[in-house]
Design a protein around this ligand. Structure first.
Ligand code: HH2
Length: 286
Protein backbone atom coordinates (compact mmCIF):
# COMPACT_ATOMS: atom_id res chain seq x y z
CA UNK A 1 0.00 0.00 0.00
CA UNK A 2 3.06 2.24 0.33
CA UNK A 3 1.60 4.21 3.21
CA UNK A 4 4.14 6.64 4.64
CA UNK A 5 2.28 7.42 7.83
CA UNK A 6 4.06 9.90 10.01
CA UNK A 7 3.02 11.89 13.00
CA UNK A 8 4.39 15.18 14.20
CA UNK A 9 6.22 14.82 17.48
CA UNK A 10 6.56 17.48 20.13
CA UNK A 11 9.84 18.77 18.81
CA UNK A 12 8.11 19.71 15.57
CA UNK A 13 9.86 17.14 13.43
CA UNK A 14 8.18 14.22 11.72
CA UNK A 15 8.50 10.72 13.04
CA UNK A 16 7.29 7.48 11.54
CA UNK A 17 4.03 6.29 13.02
CA UNK A 18 1.11 4.15 12.02
CA UNK A 19 -1.78 6.57 12.37
CA UNK A 20 -3.40 9.13 10.11
CA UNK A 21 -3.42 12.67 11.52
CA UNK A 22 -6.62 14.70 11.60
CA UNK A 23 -5.76 18.37 11.20
CA UNK A 24 -8.50 20.59 12.67
CA UNK A 25 -9.12 23.82 10.75
CA UNK A 26 -9.26 27.06 12.71
CA UNK A 27 -10.02 30.01 10.47
CA UNK A 28 -9.60 33.29 12.35
CA UNK A 29 -11.23 35.18 9.50
CA UNK A 30 -14.48 37.02 8.89
CA UNK A 31 -14.86 35.58 5.37
CA UNK A 32 -13.80 31.92 5.13
CA UNK A 33 -16.11 29.97 2.85
CA UNK A 34 -17.74 27.69 5.40
CA UNK A 35 -17.01 29.08 8.87
CA UNK A 36 -16.16 32.74 8.23
CA UNK A 37 -16.70 34.84 11.36
CA UNK A 38 -17.38 31.88 13.68
CA UNK A 39 -13.97 31.98 15.40
CA UNK A 40 -12.90 35.56 14.79
CA UNK A 41 -12.99 36.25 18.51
CA UNK A 42 -9.85 34.76 20.21
CA UNK A 43 -11.89 33.24 23.02
CA UNK A 44 -14.30 31.49 20.64
CA UNK A 45 -11.27 30.32 18.62
CA UNK A 46 -9.52 28.85 21.67
CA UNK A 47 -12.71 27.07 22.71
CA UNK A 48 -13.19 25.60 19.26
CA UNK A 49 -9.52 24.52 19.25
CA UNK A 50 -9.99 22.71 22.56
CA UNK A 51 -13.07 20.90 21.31
CA UNK A 52 -11.28 19.80 18.13
CA UNK A 53 -8.38 18.45 20.23
CA UNK A 54 -10.88 16.61 22.45
CA UNK A 55 -12.49 15.11 19.34
CA UNK A 56 -9.15 13.67 18.22
CA UNK A 57 -7.38 16.32 16.16
CA UNK A 58 -3.65 15.54 16.16
CA UNK A 59 -2.86 18.99 14.90
CA UNK A 60 -4.58 22.36 14.42
CA UNK A 61 -4.12 24.58 11.37
CA UNK A 62 -4.61 28.25 12.27
CA UNK A 63 -5.13 30.73 9.45
CA UNK A 64 -5.78 34.47 9.38
CA UNK A 65 -6.55 34.96 5.68
CA UNK A 66 -9.20 33.26 3.60
CA UNK A 67 -7.98 31.70 0.36
CA UNK A 68 -11.46 30.77 -0.87
CA UNK A 69 -12.07 31.45 -4.57
CA UNK A 70 -12.51 35.19 -5.13
CA UNK A 71 -11.04 36.23 -1.78
CA UNK A 72 -8.84 39.28 -1.33
CA UNK A 73 -5.56 39.17 0.59
CA UNK A 74 -5.20 40.92 3.96
CA UNK A 75 -2.05 42.72 5.16
CA UNK A 76 0.64 40.84 7.07
CA UNK A 77 -0.05 43.06 10.10
CA UNK A 78 -3.73 42.14 10.07
CA UNK A 79 -2.93 38.46 9.58
CA UNK A 80 -0.57 38.49 12.58
CA UNK A 81 -3.06 40.47 14.66
CA UNK A 82 -5.61 37.72 14.03
CA UNK A 83 -3.55 34.58 14.59
CA UNK A 84 -0.92 35.36 17.26
CA UNK A 85 -3.36 35.89 20.17
CA UNK A 86 -5.24 32.77 19.13
CA UNK A 87 -2.09 30.62 19.05
CA UNK A 88 -1.12 32.03 22.47
CA UNK A 89 -4.57 31.30 23.84
CA UNK A 90 -4.59 27.70 22.58
CA UNK A 91 -1.13 26.97 23.96
CA UNK A 92 -1.94 28.56 27.33
CA UNK A 93 -4.81 26.10 27.71
CA UNK A 94 -3.21 23.15 25.87
CA UNK A 95 0.60 23.44 25.87
CA UNK A 96 0.93 20.09 24.10
CA UNK A 97 -1.13 21.18 21.05
CA UNK A 98 0.66 20.87 17.72
CA UNK A 99 -0.21 23.99 15.73
CA UNK A 100 0.52 24.78 12.11
CA UNK A 101 0.11 28.27 10.74
CA UNK A 102 -1.62 28.65 7.39
CA UNK A 103 0.38 31.48 5.85
CA UNK A 104 2.57 32.25 2.85
CA UNK A 105 4.20 35.26 4.50
CA UNK A 106 7.62 34.85 6.11
CA UNK A 107 6.96 37.57 8.71
CA UNK A 108 3.84 35.81 9.93
CA UNK A 109 5.65 32.47 9.89
CA UNK A 110 8.54 33.85 11.97
CA UNK A 111 6.25 35.51 14.53
CA UNK A 112 3.94 32.52 14.88
CA UNK A 113 6.80 30.01 15.18
CA UNK A 114 8.09 32.22 18.01
CA UNK A 115 4.60 32.15 19.53
CA UNK A 116 4.70 28.34 19.56
CA UNK A 117 3.46 27.14 16.17
CA UNK A 118 5.44 24.11 15.01
CA UNK A 119 4.70 23.83 11.29
CA UNK A 120 4.08 26.16 8.37
CA UNK A 121 1.28 25.43 5.90
CA UNK A 122 2.13 27.39 2.76
CA UNK A 123 -0.57 27.28 0.05
CA UNK A 124 1.90 28.86 -2.38
CA UNK A 125 4.53 26.14 -1.79
CA UNK A 126 7.19 28.77 -0.96
CA UNK A 127 6.44 30.90 -4.03
CA UNK A 128 4.51 33.66 -2.25
CA UNK A 129 7.38 35.20 -0.31
CA UNK A 130 11.05 34.85 -1.30
CA UNK A 131 12.11 34.70 2.36
CA UNK A 132 9.79 31.89 3.37
CA UNK A 133 12.07 29.00 2.36
CA UNK A 134 14.96 30.25 4.48
CA UNK A 135 12.67 30.99 7.45
CA UNK A 136 11.37 27.42 7.37
CA UNK A 137 14.84 25.98 6.72
CA UNK A 138 16.40 27.89 9.61
CA UNK A 139 13.54 27.07 11.97
CA UNK A 140 14.00 23.37 11.13
CA UNK A 141 10.23 22.93 11.16
CA UNK A 142 7.97 20.88 8.89
CA UNK A 143 6.35 22.66 5.96
CA UNK A 144 3.29 21.80 3.90
CA UNK A 145 3.80 22.51 0.20
CA UNK A 146 0.50 22.87 -1.65
CA UNK A 147 -0.26 23.02 -5.36
CA UNK A 148 -2.32 25.94 -6.65
CA UNK A 149 -2.90 27.06 -10.23
CA UNK A 150 -3.23 30.86 -10.36
CA UNK A 151 -4.20 32.78 -7.24
CA UNK A 152 -7.31 32.75 -5.04
CA UNK A 153 -8.88 35.86 -6.60
CA UNK A 154 -9.15 34.26 -10.04
CA UNK A 155 -8.12 30.60 -9.75
CA UNK A 156 -11.56 29.09 -10.37
CA UNK A 157 -12.25 31.15 -13.53
CA UNK A 158 -10.83 28.72 -16.07
CA UNK A 159 -8.50 26.15 -14.58
CA UNK A 160 -6.71 24.28 -17.35
CA UNK A 161 -4.36 21.29 -17.46
CA UNK A 162 -3.16 18.89 -20.14
CA UNK A 163 -2.74 16.19 -17.50
CA UNK A 164 -3.66 17.38 -14.02
CA UNK A 165 -2.12 14.46 -12.13
CA UNK A 166 1.23 14.67 -13.90
CA UNK A 167 1.37 18.47 -13.65
CA UNK A 168 0.53 18.55 -9.94
CA UNK A 169 2.97 15.74 -9.24
CA UNK A 170 5.78 17.47 -11.19
CA UNK A 171 5.06 20.78 -9.49
CA UNK A 172 5.25 19.23 -6.01
CA UNK A 173 8.48 17.40 -6.90
CA UNK A 174 10.01 20.68 -8.13
CA UNK A 175 8.88 22.62 -5.02
CA UNK A 176 10.24 19.90 -2.74
CA UNK A 177 13.59 20.13 -4.52
CA UNK A 178 13.54 23.91 -4.18
CA UNK A 179 12.79 23.59 -0.46
CA UNK A 180 15.64 21.14 0.09
CA UNK A 181 18.03 23.42 -1.82
CA UNK A 182 16.97 26.24 0.51
CA UNK A 183 17.83 24.18 3.58
CA UNK A 184 14.60 22.37 4.43
CA UNK A 185 15.23 18.79 5.49
CA UNK A 186 13.43 16.28 3.22
CA UNK A 187 11.86 14.60 6.26
CA UNK A 188 10.20 17.93 7.10
CA UNK A 189 8.28 18.14 3.81
CA UNK A 190 4.57 17.33 3.48
CA UNK A 191 2.94 17.69 0.05
CA UNK A 192 -0.65 18.54 -0.84
CA UNK A 193 -2.33 18.45 -4.28
CA UNK A 194 -4.44 21.50 -3.32
CA UNK A 195 -8.00 20.28 -3.81
CA UNK A 196 -10.10 23.18 -5.15
CA UNK A 197 -7.18 25.51 -5.81
CA UNK A 198 -7.44 26.23 -9.54
CA UNK A 199 -9.24 22.94 -10.23
CA UNK A 200 -12.67 22.02 -11.51
CA UNK A 201 -14.69 19.00 -10.40
CA UNK A 202 -13.00 16.63 -12.88
CA UNK A 203 -9.52 17.84 -11.87
CA UNK A 204 -10.29 17.24 -8.18
CA UNK A 205 -11.68 13.78 -8.90
CA UNK A 206 -8.68 12.85 -11.10
CA UNK A 207 -6.30 13.87 -8.32
CA UNK A 208 -8.17 11.97 -5.62
CA UNK A 209 -8.58 8.91 -7.83
CA UNK A 210 -4.89 8.86 -8.78
CA UNK A 211 -3.49 10.00 -5.45
CA UNK A 212 -0.92 7.21 -5.43
CA UNK A 213 1.00 9.21 -8.07
CA UNK A 214 1.46 11.95 -5.45
CA UNK A 215 2.11 9.47 -2.62
CA UNK A 216 4.84 7.91 -4.78
CA UNK A 217 6.88 11.12 -4.43
CA UNK A 218 7.81 9.70 -1.02
CA UNK A 219 6.59 12.56 1.16
CA UNK A 220 3.64 12.40 3.55
CA UNK A 221 0.52 13.66 1.73
CA UNK A 222 -2.06 16.06 3.16
CA UNK A 223 -5.58 16.32 1.72
CA UNK A 224 -7.76 19.38 2.23
CA UNK A 225 -11.12 18.52 0.71
CA UNK A 226 -13.24 19.50 3.71
CA UNK A 227 -16.68 20.95 2.81
CA UNK A 228 -15.31 22.14 -0.53
CA UNK A 229 -17.46 23.18 -3.46
CA UNK A 230 -16.71 20.15 -5.64
CA UNK A 231 -18.66 18.05 -3.12
CA UNK A 232 -21.74 20.11 -3.98
CA UNK A 233 -21.05 19.35 -7.64
CA UNK A 234 -21.53 15.65 -6.86
CA UNK A 235 -24.10 15.63 -4.05
CA UNK A 236 -26.01 18.85 -4.64
CA UNK A 237 -25.46 19.89 -1.01
CA UNK A 238 -25.32 23.69 -1.21
CA UNK A 239 -24.70 24.54 2.43
CA UNK A 240 -20.97 24.07 3.08
CA UNK A 241 -21.52 23.00 6.70
CA UNK A 242 -23.69 20.13 5.50
CA UNK A 243 -21.00 18.60 3.26
CA UNK A 244 -19.65 16.39 6.06
CA UNK A 245 -20.57 13.02 4.53
CA UNK A 246 -18.98 13.96 1.23
CA UNK A 247 -15.87 15.10 3.07
CA UNK A 248 -15.66 11.83 5.00
CA UNK A 249 -15.80 9.87 1.72
CA UNK A 250 -12.76 11.79 0.45
CA UNK A 251 -10.91 11.21 3.72
CA UNK A 252 -11.40 7.45 3.70
CA UNK A 253 -10.56 7.03 0.02
CA UNK A 254 -7.50 9.27 0.27
CA UNK A 255 -6.32 7.37 3.34
CA UNK A 256 -6.66 4.10 1.47
CA UNK A 257 -4.55 5.57 -1.31
CA UNK A 258 -1.80 6.57 1.14
CA UNK A 259 -2.55 10.10 2.37
CA UNK A 260 -1.85 10.60 6.08
CA UNK A 261 -2.87 14.16 6.98
CA UNK A 262 -6.51 15.26 6.65
CA UNK A 263 -7.25 18.97 7.03
CA UNK A 264 -10.90 19.08 8.09
CA UNK A 265 -13.54 21.21 9.81
CA UNK A 266 -15.48 18.27 11.25
CA UNK A 267 -12.91 16.47 13.36
CA UNK A 268 -15.08 13.88 15.04
CA UNK A 269 -16.74 12.53 11.91
CA UNK A 270 -13.44 12.24 10.05
CA UNK A 271 -11.60 10.76 13.07
CA UNK A 272 -14.25 8.06 13.52
CA UNK A 273 -14.26 7.21 9.82
CA UNK A 274 -10.46 6.95 9.81
CA UNK A 275 -10.53 4.66 12.85
CA UNK A 276 -12.84 2.29 10.99
CA UNK A 277 -10.80 2.55 7.79
CA UNK A 278 -7.61 1.83 9.74
CA UNK A 279 -9.18 -1.22 11.34
CA UNK A 280 -10.40 -2.60 8.01
CA UNK A 281 -7.04 -2.00 6.32
CA UNK A 282 -4.98 -3.39 9.21
CA UNK A 283 -3.64 -6.59 7.67
CA UNK A 284 -2.30 -7.83 11.03
CA UNK A 285 -5.94 -8.44 12.02
CA UNK A 286 -6.57 -10.90 9.22
N1 HH2 B 1 -7.55 24.70 1.85
C1 HH2 B 1 -7.88 25.91 2.34
C2 HH2 B 1 -6.97 26.65 3.09
N2 HH2 B 1 -5.73 26.17 3.34
N3 HH2 B 1 -4.12 24.45 3.11
C3 HH2 B 1 -3.75 23.27 2.60
N4 HH2 B 1 -2.52 22.78 2.83
N5 HH2 B 1 -4.61 22.50 1.85
C4 HH2 B 1 -5.87 22.94 1.56
O1 HH2 B 1 -6.61 22.21 0.85
C5 HH2 B 1 -6.29 24.21 2.09
C6 HH2 B 1 -5.37 24.95 2.86
C7 HH2 B 1 -9.26 26.45 2.08
O2 HH2 B 1 -10.18 25.99 3.02
P1 HH2 B 1 -10.64 26.80 4.33
O3 HH2 B 1 -9.50 27.10 5.23
O4 HH2 B 1 -11.73 26.03 4.96
O5 HH2 B 1 -11.29 28.12 3.76
P2 HH2 B 1 -10.76 29.60 3.60
O6 HH2 B 1 -9.56 29.59 2.71
O7 HH2 B 1 -11.93 30.31 3.00
O8 HH2 B 1 -10.40 30.11 4.97
Amino acid sequence: MGRTARNTDRAGTLTAGPSPVVVGILNVTPDSFSDGGDFFDPEAAAQHAASMLDEGAGMLDVGGESTRPGSDPVSQEEEMRRVIPVIGGILAARPEAVISVDTYRSGTATATLEAGARLVNDVTALRGDPRMASVVGEAGCPVILMHMQGEPKTMQKEPHYEDVVREVRDFLAERAEYAVDAGVRPENIIVDPGIGFGKNLEHNLDLLHNLDAIVDLGFPVLIGASRKRFIEGITGVQEARDRVSGTVATTVLAYERGATFFRVHDVRANREALAVAEAVLDTSRR
